[in-house]
Every structure is written in C-alpha cells, then in structure tokens.
Design a protein around this ligand. Structure first.
Ligand SMILES: [Zn+2]
Length: 282
C-alpha cells in the first residue's frame, strides 16, 4: 500500500517536472512574436519571400504612399495593384447580402504584449482565440491602431480605427476586422495600459496582466465586407475585410496619446476598381 502511494507520488512528481520543463520550452520571445505577426511579415510569409524589413516606408514625403510600390523591388509591387485597401465605403452603393454569416467569435483573454514597430502600436494576442468569418475559422493574431481611420464612410473619417488581424491557419489568407472609434467614454483596454504604450520604435511592454478583446468590439457586429489588401507594404491582396458599422468610443486623451506616438499613420483611400462591397445586417 505504502509503496503504491510512493510510486504514484513519484509518477505525479515526474509528470509535473516534465510539464514544467515543457512550459519553459514553449515560452515565446514576445518581440519575435510581435515581429512575426506584423503585417509585413505575414505578407512575406504568404508570398514565400524573405523579410523585407530592410526597406522603409513612411506616410508622407518621398517614401510616402504614392511611392510605396517602388521602394522595395518586387516585394512591394502589390501596392499599385487593383484590389487595394483602405477604401471609401459609399453606403447607398453597398449590396445587401442575406447569405453572409454573422461574425461568430470565439475569443478568450490575452496576456499583454504591446510592441511599437515604428508605424503602429501592436497588441500581440495570445494564441487560442479565433473567429468564424463567413464559414472560415481564423486565428486572432494581433490588433493595432491607425490615427485617423483608414476606411471612410461616405467620405467621413473617424479619429481612429483598430485592425484585428486574423489568419486562416490552412491557407495563410487574412481576415481583418476594422473597428472605428469616435470620441466619448474611455476605452477599457486603452485605459488599462494608458501609461504603458511603448513610445519609441522597437520598444516593447509586457506584464502579468490579462485583458479581453471583447472590450474593443461594439455591441452590434454588423459589417461591410469586401476583398482587399494589407494597408501597409507589401500591400498583399490577401485580406477579406470586415469593417464594423457601429463605432466604439475612446476618450479624447486616449486618441491623442496614440496619435502622439504613431503620428499620422493612415493610407489614403484606394480605387474600388469594380469591387463590390457587401453588407450584412442581423
Ligand atoms: Zn492596420
């Protein structure tokens, strides 16, 4: 009896030791993780290209959006493609489509892991959260911000837009959920990390707290959807966009703080070139 107990204890202890060391092996380097999940690297990975991080782009001047396609050899040529993002959404030209499914989210909490890549403030999302978007299950990888908004509605530009970047693990294709902000009550996530946003390029913040992406979503998940691209180089045309109709709010000081860190980081709207924007309502 006694030796049985001893044996079971030993086995339990051994199992615990193995699981601990396994955990250690799986600890990910947060900076590497953030870079791996940046739009540029997702684009390179999809195209089977090497990193193009030695190329630089800006939002103004000689390295501004008009010249992105010419700044990195073939790697950024898609920036002059025919299915680019963002776009202006003209609501009376949108096609109502009753056959698109609702967004079905399967999100859980994430560790905090914020990275400034020189163009945006990116929150890397802990793996295990996903969303079902038109019958495809996509993993949520990260979200980041643009000031002012990139998409416009009937020419109206919101002060800020968040992009929730999802990836289909089978094809590498992306689905990005766009969320508009208007000025109003403080946003819960931004409030929690207000003093921790990494202010300089290449800087990073992490602690032991957790948060939930739900605090970045409006109550109503009705959306506009269209085929488009990443809005930063390489501008790969591998994105199905889901632009939510209902904006959420952030306080004036929250929006100002992100704008002070990121400056103007929205790409001008691109030509539709015959693409159809569809609308989903409950
Ligand atoms: Zn973006």
């Amino acid at each position: 009896m006694k030796s049985n107990f001893l044996r079971i204890s030993l086995v339990a202890l051994l199992a615990l030791l193995i699981s601990c060391s396994r955990d250690e092996v799986h600890v990910e380097d947060p900076v590497n993780n953030a870079i791996r999940n940046s739009e540029m690297e997702l684009s390179n990975r999809y195209a089977g290209r090497k990193s193009s991080s030695e190329c630089n782009f800006e939002y103004e001047g000689g390295e501004g959006p008009e010249n992105w396609a010419n700044l990195c050899g073939e790697a950024w040529m898609d920036c002059s493609g025919n299915s680019q993002s963002p776009i202006n959404i003209v609501t009376n030209k949108v096609v109502e489509d009753d056959y698109i499914n609702n967004i079905n989210i399967n999100y859980s909490t994430s560790k905090v892991d914020i990275y400034n890549n020189g163009h945006t403030v990116q929150f890397n999302y802990t793996s295990g959260s996903s969303a079902d978007l038109n019958n495809i299950e996509y993993d949520l990888l990260q979200f980041h911000f643009h000031t002012e908004s990139e998409h416009t509605i009937n020419g109206y530009r919101y002060p800020m837009e968040a992009h929730l970047v999802h990836r289909d693990p089978n094809t590498g294709l992306l689905a990005v959920v766009g969320v508009f902000f208007e000025e109003g009550d403080a946003n819960k996530i931004l409030k929690k990390y207000f003093n921790n946003f990494p202010e300089f390029e290449g800087t990073h913040y992490t602690d032991r707290s957790r948060f939930h992406i739900e605090d970045l979503l409006p109550e109503d998940l009705d959306f506009y959807t269209y085929p488009g691209s990443l809005t930063t180089p390489g501008c790969s045309e591998i994105v199905t966009w889901y632009v939510l109709k209902e904006p959420i709010t952030a306080s004036v000081s929250q929006i100002r703080k992100l704008k002070d860190i990121m400056h103007k980081n929205y790409r001008p709207v691109q030509e539709l070139n015959g693409r159809v924007i569809r609308s989903q309502d409950d």
